[in-house]
Design a protein around this ligand. Structure first.
Ligand SMILES: Cc1cc2nc3c(=O)[nH]c(=O)nc-3n(C[C@H](O)[C@H](O)[C@H](O)COP(=O)(O)OP(=O)(O)OC[C@H]3O[C@@H](n4cnc5c(N)ncnc54)[C@H](O)[C@@H]3O)c2cc1C
Length: 401
C-alpha cells in the first residue's frame, strides 16, 4: 500500500511526486506514456516556473539545455511593438527559459524518481475508487497496462492528467465539458533575428487569441497560436497558417524550415469554476483548470500546485485526517493564491483582445515605462493581485486611469 498515488507525470504530477518523496512518503507515479514523451506546448517557462525548477534542483541543468529569455515583446494588431526586460520582481528570477517538453518533462520525472518516487509508465488509469475496510478506507486506482487490468492501492490519490478530462468525468468531478483554449504549434529552424525575447503577437493572430514566437535556440523557434473563442470541433490549423503568412512573419521565416508537423492540443483554463478535489483525491495543474486565461501558461501553475498538493496530502496522510475540511483547506490555498490573478487575467482578456484596445495599449506602453513593466508582470503572472477585480479595476491597474 502506497501513501499517495499520483496519476500523470507531466510537470504537475512530477512536482507533486517529488515534494511527497522529499517528505519520505511512499509515492507511486503513473503515466499512460513512456518517457521521454513529447507534449504539445510553447515550451515557455515563466520566471515562476524557473523558480519552481530551482526548488526541484534543476536550475543549472535546465539553463544548459534550455534557451535563456531576458526580454518580452508584444505586437499590436496594427504591427506596433512594445517590450521590456523580464525583471518582474517578487523575488522571482530575472529571466524566463524555453525548454522543449520532450526534455523538460523527462528531467522533472527523473528528479521525482531520484527523490524516491516509484514510477510505472504505460498505465492508462480509468478509475479511482474508495474501498472501505474494517474501520479504514483507501483508494484503489485501476487501469490498463499492456492490455492487462492493473490495480494499485494508496491512502489517497493526486490527479494530474492535464487537459484530458475523461477520468474527472468518470469520477463525477466534472459534469460537463470544461472551457478550453484551442492552440497549435510547430518548430521552425533557420529563423533569423530571434534574439533573447519572447514575442507575443496580435498582428495576424486569430483574435480573440494570440500568436507567439519562443526561441528554443539562436536560430530555432517554437511558433504557435492560441484561440479563445471557438466551436467545439475548431482546429487551430487555419489560424496558424494565417498567422505565419503575414508580411512580418514571412520576413522572419524567409529562410526558415518547419521541422516536424503542426500539432494542436486544448488548454483547460477554467480554474475559476473548476473543482480542485474529490474524496481522498486532489487535482493539480491543468486537471484543476490551472492555465492562465490570458496567456495560456500552465507549466508554472502545474509545478506550484503540485507542491501545494504534496504539502496537503502529506498532512492528511500523516494525521489520518481525510475529512471534508482537510480537502477544503487545499482548495482554499489554491483560491488564495490564484483566484484574484485568474479573475484579473480573465477580465483583461475580455476587453484586451479587441484590436483597437490593443493598439492603444501598445502605443501607451511605448510612452510609459511603468505601464510596460505592469503589462510584463501581468503577462508573466508576477503581478500581486489582491481582492475582487472588476473590469474597471483591471483597466485602472493596467493603465492607471
Ligand atoms: C499549444 C500549447 C502551447 C502551450 N504553451 C505553453 C507555454 O509556453 N508555457 C506554459 O507554461 N504553458 C503552456 N501550455 C500549457 C501547458 O502545456 C500545460 O498547462 C501543462 O503541460 C500542464 O501540466 P500538467 O502536468 O497539468 O499536465 P500535462 O503536462 O498535460 O501532463 C499530463 C500527464 O498525464 C498523463 N495522463 C493523462 N491521462 C492519463 C490517464 N488516464 N492515465 C495515466 N496518465 C495520464 C499524460 O500522458 C501526461 O503525461 C501550452 C499548451 C498548449 C496546448
Amino acid at each position: 500500500m502506497y501513501d499517495v498515488i499520483v496519476v500523470g507525470a507531466g510537470p504537475g504530477g512530477s512536482s507533486a511526486a517529488y515534494f511527497l518523496a522529499q517528505r519520505n512518503l511512499r509515492v507511486l507515479l503513473l503515466d499512460k506514456a513512456h518517457f521521454p514523451r513529447d507534449k504539445t506546448c510553447g515550451d515557455g517557462l515563466t520566471p515562476r516556473a524557473v523558480h519552481m525548477t530551482r526548488l526541484m534542483g534543476l536550475a543549472d541543468e535546465l539553463r544548459q539545455i534550455g534557451y535563456v529569455i531576458r526580454r518580452f515583446e508584444v505586437s499590436a494588431p496594427n504591427g506596433h511593438v512594445t517590450g521590456d526586460v523580464i525583471a518582474i520582481g517578487s523575488g522571482l528570477p530575472d529571466h524566463a527559459l524555453v525548454v522543449p517538453r520532450l526534455k523538460l518533462d523527462e528531467r522533472l520525472l527523473r528528479q521525482a524518481i531520484n527523490a524516491g518516487a516509484h514510477f510505472q509508465p504505460g498505465v492508462r488509469v480509468d478509475d479511482v475508487r474508495i474501498e472501505q475496510g474494517k474501520g479504514t478506507a483507501h483508494v484503489e486506482v485501476t487501469g490498463e497496462q499492456m492490455n492487462r487490468r492493473v490495480a494499485f492501492q494508496a491512502q489517497m490519490a493526486i490527479i494530474a492528467t492535464g487537459a484530458h478530462s475523461q477520468l474527472l468525468h468518470r469520477l463525477g468531478l466534472l459534469s460537463r465539458p470544461p472551457q478550453f483554449i484551442v492552440a497549435a504549434r510547430a518548430y521552425f529552424e533557420g529563423v533569423e533575428g530571434l534574439g533573447d525575447a519572447w514575442a507575443l503577437r496580435f498582428d495576424g493572430a486569430p483574435l480573440p487569441g494570440y500568436g507567439w514566437i519562443f526561441p528554443v535556440a539562436p536560430d530555432m523557434a517554437n511558433i504557435g497560436v492560441g484561440y479563445f473563442r471557438h466551436q467545439r470541433a475548431a482546429s487551430a490549423a487555419k489560424p496558424f497558417e494565417s498567422f505565419v503568412s503575414t508580411p512580418a512573419m514571412r520576413a522572419l521565416l524567409a529562410r526558415a524550415q518547419r521541422v516536424g508537423p503542426l500539432k494542436g492540443y486544448p488548454l483547460r483554463d477554467d480554474f475559476l469554476s473548476s473543482p480542485t478535489y474529490g474524496q481522498r483525491v486532489l487535482l493539480v495543474g491543468e486537471a484543476a483548470g490551472l492555465v492562465n486565461p490570458l496567456t495560456g501558461e500552465g507549466i508554472d501553475y502545474a509545478l506550484e500546485s503540485g507542491q501545494v498538493a504534496a504539502e496537503h496530502a502529506a498532512a492528511m496522510v500523516t494525521s489520518g485526517d481525510f475529512s471534508q475540511q482537510a480537502h477544503a483547506a487545499y482548495d482554499r490555498e489554491l483560491r488564495d493564491r490564484y483566484q484574484a490573478l485568474f479573475a484579473f487575467c480573465a477580465g483583461v482578456r475580455a476587453w484586451c483582445v479587441r484590436p483597437l484596445v490593443l493598439n492603444v495599449l501598445v502605443r501607451m506602453a511605448n510612452r510609459r515605462r511603468d505601464l510596460r513593466r505592469q503589462l510584463t508582470r501581468v503577462v508573466l503572472g508576477g503581478a500581486p493581485v489582491r481582492g475582487r477585480l472588476t473590469l474597471w479595476r483591471a483597466m485602472r491597474a493596467l493603465i492607471g486611469v
